[in-house]
Design a protein around this ligand. Structure first.
Ligand SMILES: [Ca+2]
Length: 190
């Protein structure tokens, strides 16, 4: 009789231990599940945050690109007021004698901005702007031309392609392209 009672007590203890073990496994499972849910929501909120800030970067970058492009367009077509005797505009693009990109007011023609770069300060810290200027032909305005080492007579076209790029956080946020023509090209293009 005593043996039977001991056996019943032992079985009862086993069942309790088993229940405690089951409860512990369930608890661990719930904790892991909750952790996974929290991580998923965190990632979701981070993605939403990044996505929602991008339009602001693009808007600011576009404004900065437009501002610089308007400045460039306000300059004359070329350092030379007219083509030189060999029928060409400037045979090199970039700043001319006495000009420096460090003093923007010294830049008086469009291609002075070729290779221009700057890192902006507050309130636009983190943004940078760069410019490339190249000759293009009237029938291929997106195909930039490489100036040959020895420029033939009448080689330089009457068009320059100006590209302004604004980067922020290692990414390109805005890019504007415009074609600037000489006074002569304006007469013939339209
Ligand atoms: Ca110049």
């Amino acid at each position: 009789m005593i043996m039977i009672r001991n056996t019943i007590v032992f079985q009862d203890q086993n069942r309790r231990c088993l229940q405690r073990g089951t409860s512990l496994i369930e608890l661990i499972f719930v904790v892991v599940l909750l952790a996974a849910m929290v991580l998923s929501f965190t990632k979701l909120f981070m993605d939403v945050s990044v996505t929602s800030t991008n339009p602001q970067f693009r808007l600011t970058a576009t404004m900065l690109a437009q501002e610089l492009m308007e400045e460039i367009k306000s300059r004359r077509f070329d350092e030379n007021e007219a083509k030189t005797a060999d029928g060409n505009w400037s045979k090199t693009l970039g700043t001319d004698n006495g000009e420096t990109t460090g003093s923007r007011s010294s830049l008086d023609d469009v291609d002075d901005y070729q290779g221009f770069t700057e890192n902006l300060s507050a309130p636009f810290s983190g943004f940078s702007r760069s410019v490339s200027v190249a000759y293009v032909n009237q029938d291929a305005l997106n195909t930039t031309l490489t100036i040959p080492n020895s420029v033939p007579n009448n080689w330089t076209p009457d068009y320059k392609r100006v590209q302004v790029t604004v980067n922020q956080g290692g990414s390109q946020r805005a890019q504007l392209v415009t074609i600037v023509g000489s006074a002569k090209s304006r007469d013939t293009l339209y």
